[in-house]
Design a protein around this ligand. Structure first.
Ligand code: RTP
Ligand code: MG
Length: 140
């Protein structure tokens, strides 16, 4: 597998509980390098645009309100097979189903407040990175 980049969000439930460092440590232990990072607070319009793929889902309103409730940390992670590796380190969407040692098993509060987001495929990773970062901000 080649070196890939993926997009990650440390979500409001985690930034609020001061878990940013603990979550980044999990990425680094898994061999993922942080090549871009910033702490921001989304507007409602930005959250709705980012999660547009889920617009028809029953949890869309709740998800967008949650994502703007506190600052988030958006990052680009780089490494061997980074997209799949990041999702492995994150664990299942619902922390009750997440494997031991994963971020969501250790830190997530619920299926909604689940501490992290990670891109699910190369095309979405590229779109999500471009949504938040300019080329100048990516330092490999
Ligand atoms: P993500 O996109 O955040 O990395 O998570 P994912 O792929 O594991 O989950 P996805 O199906 O894409 O859902 C996006 C986010 O929506 C919230 N969600 N809430 N209340 C619910 O039933 C529910 N289901 C999903 C979660 O915050 C999930 O990460
Ligand atoms: Mg997803």
């Amino acid at each position: 597998m080649a070196i890939q980049r993926t997009f990650s969000i440390i979500k409001p439930d985690a930034t609020k509980r001061n878990l940013t460092g603990a979550i980044i440590a999990k990425f680094e232990e898994a061999g993922l390098r942080v090549v871009a990072s910033k702490r921001i607070q989304l507007t409602l319009a930005q959250a709705q645009q980012f999660y547009g793929v889920h617009a028809e889902r029953p949890f869309f309103g709740e998800l967008c309100e949650f994502m703007i409730s506190e600052p988030i940390v958006v990052q680009v992670l780089e490494g061997e097979d980074a997209i799949a590796k990041n999702r492995e380190v994150m664990g299942a969407t619902n922390p009750e189903d997440a494997a031991p040692g994963t971020i969501r098993k250790e830190f997530a509060l619920s299926i909604g407040e689940n501490s992290v987001h990670g891109s699910d495929a190369p095309d979405t990773a590229a779109e999500e990175i471009a949504f938040f970062f300019s080329g100048l901000e990516l330092v490999g």
